[in-house]
Design a protein around this ligand. Structure first.
Ligand code: 7RM
Length: 643
């Protein structure tokens, strides 16, 4: 992998970039490494607006960090108010398109007014600093409006992705002991209504902490409203003022809690605070997306995931960008919806996931090819390692070989991008997140915490605390310590396996539990999957280890195919040989199963844990609340019975 093709920044791109050439990158990196407090302190001063300056930049009682201690700040103020005194006042902040086709263009001034009004609604319901509000909505402008209104008052928000079930919603409301739920009657997805309010009603049967439910009318379908508890957004908003001053909050005031699945059934409530989070979200917008004032920027994630928090809402708005939000499915009404949206709005930056890219590849090039994508100048990838075939397709078919691809490695816990190229500075290698950003001190270690050096696989760790790091797990500091900081004392354990090449580039191999050992050979699921999807018949593949008497583990593959007529028996044999050829005969799959879909989380990550259970015991026992479509698992398990 180390000698993969290298794509240096074009001179046209580099000339206009914020950070130019490797010298530009190295200089920033060196300054952050040598004097981190000075580096971040200076940026906080010049890049953010504070009500009161901090007394010191950083306090570290491992593993608990504080940034900009004593400083007073407000995230909503930084995303809105401070832009109103500049030419950004009339710039489009949110460019929204509903799935049925409605368009809304909301300027910074409009957004400020809408946020103030909704903050007044929250105030009228008695919500105050430190209270918790669950936000369970589709991708409508009122979702970021709700977040920014909470942030204005210091109400801690927790977005629950609109695709989660009532059960998953309930456990999150209970864990957070939320006082309020902000929701909608429903959301549009592939032409059908997702019945959000029904799910809220079901969840709330066992959530005594909730005293208010605020319901946006989006789909207009009938819902039940419980009197005293449930209120329509538009009715509460009717009488309120357009003015609502932003509260000067402590820099360490929790901004949000976002639940993410861990290794146990109980989701972890990742806590992010205000000053440090906002600073690093905003800085990475500039460094990684090379954001320019005139850009139309589109992060196509859902705001229910951390990517949406940092790179649809807080990062872009703090940086004064135009951020695109699309409500619905990528293939509705046709598989060219995204490409149409890019062409019509002259989108300059597109940030999406490998899983979305592979789905587009499967649909065929005719869909993007029918549209003018020449406005694009930068592409981004996030969520999982991007396999070279998907990278090449994204680069050629979408970027027309003009646009750098920034492969961004980070986690819910890190709050912002940690490893990614600065596109005007760092040459790309497909499949690598390249180099750590300023302030990020990464390394690869063995189980004893000893650095493994270059070209060896090991655990990816981060040695130094950074401003946007998670501060703790909601009401569970012990689990926070154990999970991330104890396996190798004093360093942050990411849970990912990785390798660094001789150029210092990081290659993420996937979660630690996605790495298998076959006959003493370490094999990453990523390497195998990547080999499989290079085969012309394969659309997507998921690989897991299956316990094996002799080799320790054997390779089991789940494969979805491109459209066409295939003989499954011949193809399975063909794929076995293919893998043997691509990687080596030790990697030859023992089992290949064809399926019409893979079990994925709602953010598109393949749930290999479930596949492991299926190949091991043919039953699924663990937590499946993060799964998008449960029937996939049922079909896979019953398919085995027939064999
Ligand atoms: C942003 C996000 C985090 C996990 C992480 C990795 C994987 C994310 C990349 C990646 C390889 C990437 N947050 N991951 N980005 N692996 N290359 N560019 O996804 O908390 O939901 O997931 O996702 O395993 O630990 S997350």
């Amino acid at each position: 992998m180390a000698d993969a093709t290298v794509y240096a920044p074009s001179s046209a791109f580099a000339e206009r970039a914020h950070v130019r050439g490797m010298e530009g990158y190295r200089e920033l990196y060196r300054r952050a490494a040598e004097k981190p407090e000075e580096f971040w302190g200076q940026l906080a001063e010049t890049e953010l607006a504070w009500f009161q300056k901090w007394s010191h930049v950083f306090e570290w009682q491992p593993p608990f960090a504080k940034w900009f201690v004593g400083g007073k700040i407000n995230a909503s103020y930084n995303c809105l108010d401070r832009h109103l005194a500049t030419p950004r006042k009339n710039k489009i902040a949110i460019l929204w398109e509903g799935e049925p086709g409605e368009k809304r263009r909301i300027t910074y001034e409009d957004l400020h007014r809408l946020v103030c009004r909704f903050a007044n609604v929250l105030k009228d319901r008695g919500l105050k600093t430190g209270d918790r509000a669950i936000v369970y909505m589709g991708m409508v402008p009122e979702l970021p409006i709700a977040l920014l209104a909470c942030a204005r008052l210091g109400v801690i928000h927790s977005v629950v992705f609109g695709g989660f079930s009532a059960e998953a919603l309930k456990t999150r409301i209970q864990d957070l002991e939320a006082q309020a739920v902000i929701t909608a009657d429903g959301a549009w997805r592939r032409g059908k209504e997702v019945r959000l309010k029904d799910a809220v009603d079901e969840a709330l049967a066992e959530c005594p902490s909730v005293h208010d439910v605020i319901v946006l009318r989006r789909t207009g379908e009938t819902v039940t409203m419980q009197s005293g508890r449930d209120h329509w957004w538009h009715e509460l908003e009717a009488g309120v003022s357009d003015e609502c001053p932003a509260e000067p909050l402590d820099s360490e005031q929790p901004l949000y809690v976002l639940y993410t699945s861990g290794t146990t059934g109980k989701p972890k409530g990742i806590v992010h605070t205000t000053g440090g989070y906002l600073l690093q979200a905003q800085m990475t917008m500039k460094w990684v997306f090379d954001l320019r004032e005139e850009d139309v920027y589109w992060c196509a994630a859902d705001i229910g995931w951390v990517t949406g928090h940092s790179y649809i809402v807080y990062g872009p708005l703090a940086a004064g960008a135009t951020t695109v939000i699309y409500e619905g499915a990528p293939d509705f009404p046709q598989p060219d919806r995204w490409w149409r949206l890019i062409a019509e709005n002259r989108v300059n930056i597109l940030y999406t996931s490998p899983t979305a890219i592979r789905a587009f590849i499967r649909q065929g090039d005719q869909w993007p090819n029918a549209h003018d994508l020449s406005s694009l100048r930068l592409l981004g990838s996030v969520g999982e390692p991007i396999n070279p075939a998907a990278w090449e397709w994204y680069y050629k078919t979408i970027g027309k070989e003009r646009c750098p691809i920034v492969d961004t490695w980070w986690q819910t816990e890190t709050g912002s991008i940690m490893i990614a190229p600065m596109p005007g500075a760092v040459p790309l290698k497909p499949g690598s997140g390249t180099l750590p950003l300023p302030g990020v001190v990464a390394d690869i270690v063995d189980l004893d915490g000893k650095p493994v050096g270059n070209n060896r696989e090991g655990f990816l760790i981060l040695r130094r605390p950074w401003p946007s790091m998670a501060r703790t797990l909601w009401r569970d500091p012990d689990r926070y310590r154990q999970q991330y900081w104890e396996r190798v004392p004093g360093v942050y354990m990411t849970g990912d396996a990785a390798r660094r090449d001789d150029d210092g580039y990081y290659w993420i191999l996937g979660r630690v539990d996605d790495v298998m050992n076959v006959s003493g050979h370490r094999l990453s699921t990523m390497e195998l999957e990547s080999a499989l999807v290079r085969h012309p018949a394969v659309a997507e593949a998921a690989v897991v280890g299956k316990p094996h008497e002799i080799t320790g583990q054997a390779v089991a593959c789940f494969v979805t195919l491109k459209k066409g007529e295939w003989n499954h028996n011949d193809l399975a044999e063909d794929l076995r040989k293919w893998v043997a050829k691509e990687i080596g005969s030790f990697a030859k799959p023992e089992q290949i199963r064809f399926t019409d879909a893979l079990p994925k989380t709602r953010s598109g990550k393949i749930m290999r844990r479930l596949l492991r259970e299926i190949v091991t015991s043919n039953a699924v026992t663990g937590d499946v609340t993060t799964l998008e479509d449960l029937s996939v698992v049922t079909r896979l398990a019953s398919q085995h019975d027939e064999e």
